[in-house]
Design a protein around this ligand. Structure first.
Ligand code: N01
Length: 539
């Protein structure tokens, strides 16, 4: 330990998309001494842990990657329309090699605390193995979906069968052949996993709390002609992606929804349905985000698709959302999800009004006393999204204030990248930035570029930098105003924190859109980093 370097210009927490690009930017381009600390045994962040069957990204592969380096984008060939989890890891390892990042990545190192020493304006970072390191700047690249949500089901520890968590899947292959399997949760992860598990299991029971609208992925190889056109149009695609609503190169329909007859609407929606993917929404209509009747109109059309796919009317009805859902809840992408419920060995159990009472030694018991026996249970119960991972680290700023205490009633940030009282601390895709409501690599690149500009400015002024209280207050209020102009806050979702018992109900992502948020950040940078205070590093 003694001859190891422990003092850095910058420490980065996390070696996913955020951490890798931050390292490249700060070390390779700005010449800083940087260390990246990563809890996992390799790069990937959420992709390192989420290895469940069927795990792949719902953003299309041609936009799910870094765009800051033309050569990197051109030299990497994704094999299919959506990148599968193992391929994303191969891509990120290629990035590591390409930019010589490995020497400053430290794996199997879980950060437990980061405390500010105000006198020296340094951060002291503690890890689970008892090591401490220090740095002038601290950047969190912890991702929005890294704090697994394991519901507090009584008896979970006593279950004698195999337990799996989608967000913490074993590295070795998991075999369900011949087994009775139960799965709790029907979010985006479960929608990917269920058809694959059903192929192996002798009997599969799906416990559903809330049904969701789900759009076909239409996964498969990308035709060579399409790939060639994209290669030719890379610069236009990049511009479009960066200047779009959700970090995807699509635009909403120009003609208002209300001006469509039912026949015209059917034609547009069927066209988008046949193409598949998240573009169903982001190249569809924007009105359902703001207007309940418009939202329910799309919902009714989607109800019809569920009825077409699911043969048993009772099951189809159970799979059909009964309240505001479309667009305001993350749309999972489907590769045979609904059809899986037509298989005789697959059963759907609604648990909205009959919740899980306990996990027993042999399976699941519901509130009405009914019991189910399983060889394996899969918990696809999601994440304490956006704030969970940050709050699990004991981060303390000025006066020893804990970040989790400051955020006890919900996160307070400026631009989702900084928070008052925590100088020289920057968050990539933090709360109140577009985060999970955008194609992550697009947002990550923009954040890292902004943060590194700010760090450069602080170094140039020999200063510590943090947002003013006034700028933070205004940003928090602005986020609420923008969110409250939409239907998003009305739905019980991960965006509002409603999936985690006791979590304050706050709308977590910023809704200015990727292009609007980027414009705001650019304006801040142009106006001498308006809203940030630079103080002498001497204290
Ligand atoms: O988690 P979720 P996820 N009792 O929170 C249920 C990203 N992602 O891992 O809806 C019973 O969506 C819960 O029910 P309800 C994507 O951003 C990306 O599937 O809260 N059930 C829900 O059905 C996504 O948004 C990709 O009522 C309980 C499920 O568990 C995010 O990850 C792929 C329960 C959790 O669904 C999270 O998706 C997959 C309880 N106590 C995921 N607690 C790609 O792009 C929770 N549930 C690849």
């Amino acid at each position: 330990m003694s001859d190891q370097v422990t003092e850095f210009d910058a420490i980065v927490i996390g070696a996913g998309f955020s951490g890798l690009y931050t390292l490249h930017r700060l070390r390779n381009e700005m010449g800083l001494k940087v260390k990246v600390l990563e809890a996992g045994g390799g790069v990937g962040g959420t992709w390192y842990w989420n290895r469940y069957p069927g795990a792949r990204c719902d953003s299309e592969s041609f936009i799910y990657g870094y765009m800051f380096d033309d050569k990197l984008w051109h030299e990497w060939e994704w094999t299919e329309r959506y990148p599968e989890q193992p391929e994303i890891l191969r891509y990120l390892n290629h990035v590591v090699e390409r930019f010589d990042l490995a020497r400053d990545l430290q794996f199997n190192t879980k950060v437990t605390a980061a405390h500010l020493d105000e006198a020296t304006a340094t951060w002291t970072v503690a890890t689970e193995d008892g090591t401490t390191l220090s740095s002038r700047f601290l950047i969190t690249g912890v991702g929005c979906l890294s704090a697994w949500n394991t519901p507090d089901f009584p008896g979970i520890e006593d279950y004698r069968g195999n337990k799996y968590f989608t967000g913490l899947w074993p590295h070795e292959p998991v075999e369900f052949t011949g087994q009775r399997v139960g799965i709790i949760g029907t979010g985006a992860s479960a929608v990917q996993a269920i058809p694959r598990i059903a192929q192996q299991a002798a009997d599969l029971t799906v416990f559903q709390r809330t049904p969701n609208y789900i759009v076909p992925a239409n996964h498969g190889p990308v035709p060579e002609q399409v790939a060639a056109e994209r290669r030719q149009n890379f610069e236009a695609i990049r511009e479009h992606t960066r200047n779009s609503a959700f970090g995807m190169p699509y635009d909403f329909q120009a003609k208002p929804l209300a001006e469509h007859s039912d026949e015209e609407l059917h034609e547009v929606l069927q066209g988008r349905w046949d193409i598949g993917g998240l573009s169903f929404m982001v190249a569809g209509f924007h009105e359902p985000i703001f207007d309940l009747e418009a939202n329910l109109r799309i919902g009714r059309w989607l109800d019809g698709r569920i009825k077409e796919k699911v043969h048993d009317p009772v099951t189809a009805d159970l799979l059909t959302p009964k309240k505001l859902t479309y667009a305001v809840k993350r749309i999972p992408l489907d590769s045979g999800y609904f059809e899986t419920f037509n298989l005789p060995h697959v059963h759907l159990v609604g648990i909205k009004d009959n919740p899980v009472d306990a996990i027993t030694a042999t399976g699941v018991r519901l509130a009405d006393g009914s019991e189910y026996e399983f060889d394996s249970i899969v918990f696809a119960t999601g994440f304490d999204s956006t704030t969970g991972t940050l709050n699990r680290i004991d981060i303390r700023g000025r006066g020893g204030q804990a970040l989790r205490e400051k955020w006890a009633d919900g996160p307070r940030t400026y631009l989702g990248m900084s928070t008052a009282g925590f100088p020289n601390l920057f968050m990539v895709t933090g709360p109140q930035s577009p985060g999970v409501l955008s194609n992550m690599p697009t947002s990550i690149e923009q954040h890292v570029q902004f943060i590194s500009q700010l760090i450069e400015e602080a170094i140039g002024r020999d200063a510590v930098v943090e947002p003013t209280q006034a700028a933070e207050d205004a940003w928090v209020e602005h986020n609420e105003v923008v969110a409250n102009a939409t239907l998003f806050p009305l739905a019980d979702t991960t965006y509002t924190g409603a999936n985690i018992p006791g979590k304050p109900r706050r709308f977590l992502p910023n809704l200015d859109t990727v292009v609007g948020y980027r414009a705001k950040c650019d304006e801040v940078a142009t106006n001498d980093f308006e809203g940030f205070a630079f103080a002498s590093a001497e204290g």
